[in-house]
Design a binder for this molecule. Structure first.
Ligand code: SF4
Length: 344
């Protein structure tokens, strides 16, 4: 039986879970908090029926008061646009709804994705899993054992990606058990966590969780989801820097979103801010064509033009790869930028 590392500062659970419990679930309350007149937006609030609203206060605190076009607010405010029935935008854009085992997706040969928790701390309106049947994919104890047995029986798997929802919705003691079980599987090398939770509730970066990861036999990678530099303030940067110093690789993936980050200055500022916090820009995703999110789409032509500007402005290691996920494909598909070599 693998050793379970004792947790420190368990009281921090109370803080992040308290923040979770105090999240805004009503657009009227959120707009009131931001001192924005709700009347022009009221008709769109019914979109909460399609996908509930959830916005933690620390994330709302990074929004500019009085600005209805704030790029962080735009990511979370329900709008009437979500009712538009746009050809090509479907409920399961990545063909994920039928998995081999509940909670386990074996999309890539050497990696499996474990749905640790169905819920998220924040509900992003563009989320490609906004229609995902989490209820059928949230394994119970027997389901966990089946998923772990599946990984143990497949020696070609060397990396486990914890996903969701958001895997950090699980408490540290639950994660400790899971990490211990995974590290006991000899062919696993890496543990990757895809999360947005620390971005919206920085207190989720507990010392106990950092120690669990830094002491693990498995190399730990945390892939954050940050779309705009305003999401990464000094407090979060300092916390993340301490994680990097503990040996945890930090990467970021963003989604290219109309009205949020679809201009070169915004994307350059994001890359610079990420690097100053010890995070490398990893992917810039074209939007997955999920029903209800078509108003966030950016054309490929514009995306390519933005990438050309980033390549001209930034050092190469600060330029994320522009990719698209295609249902049924084993890997993310890089988008050919079609750039001509420059003459010297
Ligand atoms: S945090 Fe990620 S999984 Fe959760 S709602 Fe946002 S985009 Fe979707």
């Amino acid at each position: 039986m693998p050793a379970i590392i004792p947790l420190k500062q368990g009281n921090l659970h109370i803080n992040w879970q308290k923040e979770l419990g105090q999240a805004f679930t009503s657009p009227e309350q959120l707009l009131g908090y931001l001192k924005i007149d709700a009347a022009p937006w009221q008709a769109g609030f019914a979109a909460r029926r399609l996908f509930p609203m959830r916005v933690p206060r620390p994330f709302a605190d990074k929004m500019v008061k009085g600005d209805a076009n704030d790029p962080l607010l735009r990511q979370v405010l329900p709008l009437g646009d979500e009712f538009a029935d746009v050809p090509g935008f479907v409920t399961d854009p990545l063909d994920e709804h039928d998995s081999a085992l509940p909670g386990l997706l074996h999309k890539y040969r050497s990696r499996v994705l474990l749905v640790v928790r169905g819920g998220c701390a924040i509900n992003c309106r563009y989320c490609f899993r906004r229609h995902f049947p989490y209820a059928e994919n949230s394994p119970d104890q027997a389901g966990w054992q089946a998923a772990l047995a599946y990984i143990a029986a497949h020696p070609e798997i060397n990396e486990v990606i914890l996903s969701g929802g958001d895997p950090l919705m699980a408490k540290d003691n639950h994660l400790a058990h899971l990490f211990a079980e995974l590290s006991a599987i000899p062919h696993l090398k890496r543990l990757r966590i895809h999360t947005r939770l620390p971005v919206v509730i920085p207190a989720r970066l507990t010392d106990g969780l950092r120690e669990l990861l830094s002491n693990s036999r498995l190399q730990a990678v945390m892939v954050l989801h940050i779309n705009h530099a305003n999401e990464l303030d000094d407090d979060l940067s300092q916390r993340l820097n301490s994680w990097r110093q503990a040996g945890i690789t930090l990467l970021n993936q963003s989604v290219l979103l109309a009205g949020v980050n679809d201009d070169a200055d915004t994307l350059c500022a994001l890359s610079e801010r990420l690097f100053s916090a010890g995070i490398l820009p990893y992917y810039l995703h074209q939007l997955d064509k999920v029903a209800g999110a078509a108003h966030f789409a950016v054309s490929d032509a514009k995306a390519k033009a933005l990438m050309a500007e980033l390549l001209a402005e930034l050092p190469g290691f600060l330029v994320p790869k522009l990719v698209r996920e295609i249902g049924g494909e084993a890997n993310k598909t890089p988008i050919d930028l079609g750039l001509e070599p420059t003459q010297s």
